[in-house]
Design a protein around this ligand. Structure first.
Ligand code: GTP
Ligand code: IMP
Ligand code: MG
Length: 346
């Protein structure tokens, strides 16, 4: 399947970094292109003994033959991007669209004060004020920045050519469906739409070119910042269950609640998802840590996965069993062969 979009079905932080890095390694992805808002995202990638917290580069960087692009819809903090390019030793394979908008210190300052910081509790990375200036058509673009000149590339063209040549292309969405400016819990949301359609638009790929939309859920729900979270647990209860997480970008506590089937079903519709990934099954069922085959999962874990599939009416084809990029159960092949009989997609 040449063009896959990966998005989150909850409030972000469901493990897209891990899923994207796995897909790149396993499918030998030729081109990965980052969509989404900008450096407000924090993707954790664990590979070859190192943990990376990437905010700008596609998580597919771990596959060293993959070309890494940033679509024109993405906001760039040049300092963070240049650091990550160095860290990933990826100078030769990075391409930045000239129309990416640039986050400046004034945007970061505005994001760390007043309404955005106090009411919305944003990440403070400057993305909201930068998108606001972009809408006013006053923002600086990547082609204005000399340090980025050597990386400039016509990203929509590169990506579409790769698709037309039948190469494996990955579009990496960020944040999560319920942080979308349109479909999320307004005003407690991010500064643009972040569903699969928006991810395609961010990188200049038309909807007819997409073969699969993988929606990522975590085995429980978390959210950082303000806004509603149904059945929210106390921090003490989250700690007791092993669900107490700290945010990658801001270091804040992630609020937690049990898996929310209703939100999952709606997110599948909003994203036109064709398959689901379910991460952190090892947190719910520690005996599943590092398991790589479905048969190796415990009875309780497979019962939970079956319940999720029945409730959301979508096959769970990727199951996360640990933070490492390769700690995953991959049932995509089985799904391709038997899906029409086994699942009744709504
Ligand atoms: P955003 O773009 O910010 O939404 O982030 P993300 O979806 O890439 O997720 P993030 O990396 O912020 O958070 C997920 C956390 O779970 C990270 O610490 C990952 O290393 C970890 N993780 C991902 N999958 C698994 C899994 O299957 N098991 C365990 N134990 N940890 C996992
Ligand atoms: P902003 O995107 O920084 O404007 O923040 C708006 C809201 O989205 C806040 O509640 C943030 O915590 C949340 N948010 C933004 N990006 C992410 C992310 O990548 N993961 C989780 N929450 C995010
Ligand atoms: Mg994150």
């Amino acid at each position: 399947m040449p063009c896959t979009v990966v998005v989150c079905g909850f409030f972000g932080d469901t493990g897209k970094g891990k899923v994207n890095s796995y897909l790149a390694l396993k499918d030998r992805t030729a081109v990965s292109v980052r969509a989404g808002v900008g450096p407000n995202a924090g993707h954790s990638v664990v590979y070859e003994g190192k943990t990376y917290k990437m905010r700008m580069l596609p998580s597919a960087f771990v596959y060293n033959k993959c070309r890494l692009f940033l679509g024109p819809g993405v906001l760039i903090n040049p300092e963070i991007l240049l650091q990550e390019i160095q860290l990933a030793k990826s100078e030769e394979r990075v391409g930045v669209d000239p129309q990416c908008a640039i986050i400046e210190s004034k945007h970061i300052e505005a994001d760390k004060a007043g309404h955005l910081a106090e009411k919305i509790k944003t990440t403070g990375s400057g993305t909201g004020p930068c998108n606001a200036e972009r809408a006013l058509r006053m923002v600086k673009l990547a082609y204005d920045i000399p340090e980025l000149e050597r990386f400039l590339a016509d990203v929509p063209l590169e990506v579409n050519v790769a698709i037309s040549e039948g190469k494996n292309v990955l579009i990496e969405g960020t944040q999560g469906t319920y942080l979308s400016l349109y479909h999320g819990t307004y005003p407690y949301c991010t500064s643009k739409d972040v569903t699969a359609s928006a991810a395609c638009s961010d990188v200049g790929v038309g909807p007819t070119k997409v073969s699969d939309v993988i929606i990522v859920f975590k085995s429980y729900t978390t959210r950082v910042g303000a806004g509603p979270l149904t059945n929210e647990l106390s921090w003490e209860e989250a700690q007791k269950r092993g669900w107490a997480e700290i945010a990658t970008v801001t270091g804040r506590r992630r609020r937690a609640s049990p898996f929310n089937y209703e939100l999952a079903r709606r997110a599948i519709i909003l994203n036109g998802a064709t398959q689901a990934a379910l991460t952190k099954i090892d947190v719910l069922f520690p005996e599943c840590k590092g398991v790589k085959s479905y048969e190796g999962l415990s009875h309780e874990a497979s019962k939970f996965i079956e319940k999720v599939e029945k409730e959301i009416k979508l096959p769970v084809t990727l199951i996360g069993t640990g933070p490492h990029a390769l700690e995953i159960v991959d049932r995509r092949e089985e799904f391709r062969r038997f899906e029409p009989k086994r699942f009744c997609l709504s």
